[in-house]
Design a protein. Sequence first.
Length: 273
Amino acid sequence: MRLHLHLLSDSTGETLENIAKAALAQFDDVDTQRHFWPMIRNEAHLERVLAEIGQHPGLVLFTLVNPNIRMMLEDRCRAMGLPAVAPLDGVNDALSGLLGQEAKARPGRQHMLDAAYFARVEAIQWTIAHDDGIASDDWEEADIVLAGVSRSSKTPTSIYLANRGYKAANIPIVVESPPPPILYSLRKPLVVGLTTSADRLVQIRRNRLLSLNQKTETAYVEQESVAREVAYARRLFADNGWPVIDVTRRSIEETAAAIIALVSERNLPKVER
């Protein structure tokens, strides 16, 4: 089945893309062609987009706060017999009822250059500068420190966390080279161990070596050697009481969500018994 999906936004369209991705993941065997239309802020622009929609009819998802532009889109889609859905309407209506105020009709308001935005930028810069065990003397400034064997998704998970505003350092666990002593005395950061199955790790490492045109006859991808690495890392995590996340069947986003949940739980006020 071929589906034309039109995403119309008066801002960057990032929200719509995420909503569409989450919804489409629930359906199998759908050949989707996405038509992305960001920064629609006047009727002339919308008119050009509507012409394209008419040539490739399908589902229309939109986030448009200007009432005139929104009405124009809805009327024209209705005339073409096409569904036009505003995914945020239900959330905005519920918030409006609970808060007793109307939503501000300002395009891209979530992307304003506020303090949180600059904090994310700082977190990204800090995280990049503290990748793969670099600058361990600064780790006390981190929010999160990830530890794990090579190719256990430490770096991409750190970058994803940084985009969420967390300063995240990471350190490879290598049997022949113990971590720096500061790792065991950190107070502010949450240290999280990442682990995976030896079989999966061998596969990932082998593919990595092949992509680099390097030999695959090495202890780096030898099953018993990798199994010892994983066991060593697990013992290290257990001995220090660090929470452990198995990334074998998790996406980067799922791993990061689990880590953020751990951080939130850690920061909850203690309840006296």
